[in-house]
Write a protein that binds this ligand. Structure first.
Ligand code: MTE
Length: 456
């Protein structure tokens, strides 16, 4: 039988960590005035406990009901509806930040967070164990805005064509926050990697059936400060919430969210890439002919290094009109315009260089207006006790989503069957017309379409 949080509390557990809601906090002080974090009602907090969650933090975590569960009760995987996510603006409040957990959330005593230990070992001259306090006090503290995107974002469209191995994500499997921490590159220099090291392996502390979650980065990328990988303990000026890796996570800007290991416990410098189960069996785009059955039966496909996903590819979505939105014709004089809105992003630090809209099935395209709120942080360094240095000046790369708008005449909208969007990044990579269906249903970035049904 399902347990309620109060039943679970009778089990002798350490004190849970309840992060204060953003609403209870003073607005962060050093943000440019354009930015406001929406405050969220406390009464929206909910908790659902599965028997598999007993002894974990899951039963304790207040979760916003606007985060829609995608996988039943366990583990917690959720996204906000696109209208809520988009409506929240550039920064996603932690309550609406998408969650991708492969298992139960480790229970960590908030009072002992400073003593959380990160072991760094392997091919390096100075293997060490650093506490969270060491990280905070021995290295430069920085804050940067980063959009995390799950490789499964928009998988639902692939599952409609043919069920993949993964569960449905709408277009809300992404979120943006200010992440505070220290540069991974500086911590690596501190331990002096030695030859013939090639990879840096990261391991979380979640207990999964095939061992902890782990994955790796190329050492040359991890040492590149411009790529801005962070060992991070705070999100939007507050300690990470348990769902997002409290007390410490890796944040890898520009790459799929699966590389940003949560509840980070161990870093190993190695000649080999990570040997963790999910490093091989997740976050891969296998060739299209390898359907779920072959992927299950023929294990070698998973170990082919060519199919790993690192950087995000260009992608975009329409937030307005929403699917199933009803437009009231009485509010629309024929000469009026309707503003289409949405988001776009690219990977590897590349910018989106154009967003285009079509309403004739891709025969012709129209240029949308792009805004990059992230640019407000560029070349400006602030200093603050909460954020350390709020600073993008170490990097010329672009790590966040952008927004686009397009004013369409109501008459044209009335005469259309569908509107669609595509974007291109500065390497001239363009979203494809056709879906690249694959067994894991990942990296779905074909043109995003919203059907228009004319009523009456
Ligand atoms: N780290 C650990 N330890 N365990 C996990 O299940 N999920 C990964 C990554 N890091 C995961 C993890 C995946 S697949 C994604 S998309 C991101 O975390 C999601 O981060 P978020 O839940 O903070 O949005």
């Amino acid at each position: 039988m399902e347990k309620t949080p109060s039943e679970t509390s009778s089990v002798n557990l350490p004190a849970p960590f309840f992060p204060p809601s953003l609403a209870q906090q003073n607005p962060p002080r050093i943000l440019p005035p354009q930015f406001k974090f929406p405050s969220l009602p406390q009464e929206s907090a909910q908790s659902t406990v599965d028997t598999q969650d007993i002894g974990s933090a899951d039963g304790w975590i207040p979760r916003d009901p606007r985060l829609v569960r995608l996988t039943g009760k366990h583990p917690f995987n959720a996204e906000a509806k696109l209208r809520d996510l988009y409506g929240a603006g550039f920064f996603t409040p932690s309550n609406l930040f998408y969650v991708r957990n492969h298992g139960a959330v480790p229970l960590v005593d908030q009072d002992r967070a400073d003593k959380w230990e990160l072991s760094i070992h392997g091919l390096c001259a100075k293997p060490t164990t650093l506490t969270l306090k060491d990280l905070r006090t021995k290295f430069q503290v920085v804050t940067i805005p980063v959009t995390l995107v799950c490789a499964g974002n928009r998988r639902k469209e692939q599952n409609i064509v043919q069920q993949s191995l993964g569960f449905n994500w709408g277009a809300g499997g992404l979120s943006t926050a200010l992440f505070t921490g220290v540069y991974l590159s500086e911590v690596l220099e501190h331990v002096h990697p030695t030859k013939p090291a090639k990879h840096v392996i990261f391991e979380g502390s979640d207990k999964l059936p095939n061992g902890p979650y782990g994955t790796s980065q190329l050492l040359s990328w991890a040492r590149d400060k411009g790529k801005a990988m962070l060992l991070s303990w705070a999100m939007n000026g507050l300690p990470l919430e348990p769902d997002h890796g409290f007390p410490l996570r890796l944040v890898v800007p520009g790459q799929i969210g699966g590389r940003s290991v949560k509840w980070l416990r161990r870093i190993e410098i190695s000649v080999m890439e990570s040997q963790h189960h999910l490093h091989f069996h997740d976050n891969k785009v296998l060739p299209m002919p390898i359907g779920p059955e072959r992927a299950r039966a023929e294990k070698d496909w998973w170990y082919d290094p060519r199919y790993i996903i690192r950087e995000l590819s260009p992608n975009s979505a329409i937030a307005r009109p929403d699917h199933n939105e009803v437009l009231d014709p009485s509010e629309m004089p024929p000469d009026a315009t309707y503003q289409l809105k949405g988001y776009a992003y690219a990977g590897g630090g590349r910018r989106v260089s154009r967003v285009e809209i079509s309403w004739d099935d891709g025969d012709s395209w129209n240029i949308a207006k792009i805004t990059y709120p992230e640019d407000l942080f560029r070349d400006v360094a602030y200093s603050d006790s909460v954020y350390g240095r709020l600073d993008l000046t170490e990097s010329d790369l672009c790590f966040c989503w952008c927004f686009w708008t397009f004013d369409m005449s109501i008459d044209t909208l009335r005469g259309s069957d569908a509107v669609m969007v595509r974007c291109m990044d500065e390497s001239l990579a363009l979203q494809p017309c056709d879906m690249y269906w694959n067994a894991t249903g990942m990296m779905n970035n074909w043109w995003f379409r919203v059907r228009i049904c004319q009523i009456g």
